[in-house]
Design a protein around this ligand. Structure first.
Ligand SMILES: Cc1ncc(COP(=O)(O)O)c(C=O)c1O
Length: 398
């Protein structure tokens, strides 16, 4: 339906792009916004009193406002730009330790479905500062075990969990998590990995009691090298940044420095301004097509269609995760009795079908499910039923 908005499908008319969980393509509006920005508005931000710098700064700030709106955040000063989600997790983990909000012996609760970006930064501080990591278990199909979450949460100082899995496509039930959190006397800090969630739906961070929400721009139709995190204001204020320098300070003397206010104290140096502009354009595009609700509705139709077809595949091809379209993204990972996913991916690539094979940066998940690797096909708003037909036909023939 929205395919014609994306020039990549004109330059590659036979492209069957089923790898949007990895990175998404860009609509013309984003490409035009970048070109217009460099041709007409570019200058460094927050540093010049001339018109161009002000225009550039305005766009950068407008981008934060657009993100804050999609997250129902109280203020755009709660949005911190980073380079991607991985960078955001590293910053948050290190900064929480540095600020004394996470201390030796404290437990960080992760789930076994997490992306490495939400595992390794915690493992680094666990090794360096004596932080303990615990894991929420999964059911045999890879879906989250909410009983395990409820059992382990009372002992956690931090819950850092994905809002939607990049392998099983499971969307975290935020109501259920909130219910468990509300039943606790002492709530842990609640960090949501929104990397796969943000491209497909809004999330009311305040309503769900989320303290940090992390996402990455390139999965939501904008440029690479731009990501962000939302942080609740009172926590951001208590957090000492682990990096500092120009743009992040109010004053410097030979004996010390005074950090700037929020959110700039967490954004040292010249940021990826064009990335912020591209993210703004991507969010404006979503508004133009009547918002995330349109994307969700269209994708739901595709997901239901895909699941119906996948059910007709031979039993030697197994889909990980839930077989229901409820609480599910269009992210489908397969394992094969008699083929390695890498070989299947190569055969599909020969036909112009782009999927991904391997661990998808979720090795603990693959270990928990006792599968060596998987083949992932993932959908976005530019995919069609014909794309799914082509995938299924080819899988069947293999
Ligand atoms: C669930 C999840 N979290 C985090 C990331 C990391 O995103 P980035 O590589 O843009 O930092 C990804 C990327 O695939 C992801 O799927």
């Amino acid at each position: 339906m929205y395919r014609s908005d994306f020039p990549i499908f004109s330059t590659h008319p036979n492209l069957v792009y089923l790898d949007s969980a990895s990175s998404s393509h860009k609509p013309q509006i984003v490409i035009d916004a970048l070109s217009h920005f460099f041709a007409s508005d570019y200058a460094n931000i927050h540093r010049g009193s001339y018109d161009l710098s002000m225009e550039s700064s305005l766009l950068y700030e407008k981008s934060k406002k657009a993100i804050a709106k999609k997250l129902y955040a109280s203020s755009d000063s709660e949005i911190v730009f980073t380079y991607n989600a991985t960078y955001a997790f590293n910053l948050i983990a290190q900064s929480l330790v540095k600020s004394g909000l996470l201390n030796r012996g404290d437990t960080v609760l992760l789930s076994k479905v997490e992306h490495h970006a939400n595992i390794v930064p915690w493992q680094i501080i666990a090794a360096e500062y004596g932080i303990i990591i615990d894991w929420v278990d999964l059911h045999d199909d890879g879906t989250l075990d909410y009983d395990s979450l409820a059992e382990k949460l009372p002992y956690a100082k931090i819950l850092s969990i994905t809002g939607a899995s990049n392998v099983t496509g499971e969307i975290l039930d935020l109501n259920r998590v909130k219910e468990i959190l509300d039943s606790l006397e002492q709530k842990p800090l609640y960090i949501l990995d929104g990397s796969q969630r943000f491209p497909h739906m809004e999330t009311d961070v305040v309503g769900y009691g989320i303290d940090f929400f992390v996402a990455t721009g390139h999965k939501v139709m904008s440029d690479t090298g731009i990501g962000f995190y939302y942080g609740r204001k009172d926590i951001l204020q208590k957090m000492d940044p682990i990096f500092c320098g120009g743009g992040a300070i109010n004053s410097v003397t030979t004996s010390g420095y005074e950090p700037a206010g929020l959110p700039f104290r967490h954004e040292p140096g010249t940021p990826h301004i064009a990335g912020a502009v591209s993210l703004l354009a991507a969010l404006e595009y979503i508004d133009l097509i009547w918002g995330f609700a349109t994307i969700e509705k269209y994708e739901k139709e595709l997901i239901e269609y895909a699941l119906k077809l996948f059910a007709t595949l031979p039993s030697s091809i197994r889909l990980l995760g839930s077989l229901s379209s409820e609480n599910r993204l269009g992210v489908f990972s397969f394992v094969f009795d008699s083929h390695h996913p890498n070989d299947v991916a190569e055969i599909l690539a020969d036909d112009g079908i782009c999927v991904r094979s391997g661990y998808h940066c979720t090795e603990p998940l693959h270990t928990a499910l006792d599968v060596p690797a998987s083949l992932r096909a993932s959908l976005y708003l530019y995919n069609t039923k014909e794309d799914i037909d082509k995938l299924v036909d080819k899988l069947r023939s293999i």
